[in-house]
Design a protein around this ligand. Sequence first.
Ligand code: DX5
Ligand code: ZN
Length: 218
Amino acid sequence: MIAPSILSADFGRLADEVRAVTAAGADWIHVDVMDGHFVPPITIGPLVVTALRRATHIPLDVHLMIEHAERQIDAFVEAGASGITVHVEADHDVRAVLAKIRAAGVTVGLSLNPPTPLDAVRPFLEQIDLLLVMSVNPGWGGQPFVEGSMEKLAAARRLRTEVGARFLIEVDGGIKPHNAAQAFASGADVLVAGSAVFEAQDYAAVIRALRGDRAATA
Ligand code: DX5
Ligand code: ZN
């Protein structure tokens, strides 16, 4: 599956951008929420999610790069989030935050940054539907794919088998048509792509290219 990240969209025409990638074959819309604390930038909040919810019928995959996610989960769910992913490194009780997302009835995601070992998420694997492997340090779109992330995806897939879990593996950061096939082969079920999609002229062509359609030109 392909989840375009709106971080690289034209925010002045956000609803049109989301309608365009939906029509172009996106599976999910990836929504990057940053609080100026967990990561330096501030991006968007629930009001924007409400607007996105009106613009598309596909799932809204909300990636919270924030501290104390427990304070914001209800607002994002009410706004229309289909799934919420929180960071294992953030200053909150991860087990309690994941339980709160579960209780809210949306998809439960947990993410880890490139320097964080996979062992950090191991205690929570029975609680999650989605493991988001960051392949850049979070905060900005358009950064280069961090070396070693393919191996981390493969290790995540082995860990999933080892514990007998069913969570999806999502990769986020530096995904382009040239490395998408390797990311899928390494273990990713869902590719997030921000700059690769929104800097392309033809959204449908780049989404086909990310999926590995050889006829695509992007
Ligand atoms: C980074 C965000 C990503 C970002 C990816 O902190 O979590 O979702 O939009 O952008 P690209 O695909 O340009 O690396
Ligand atoms: Zn993201």
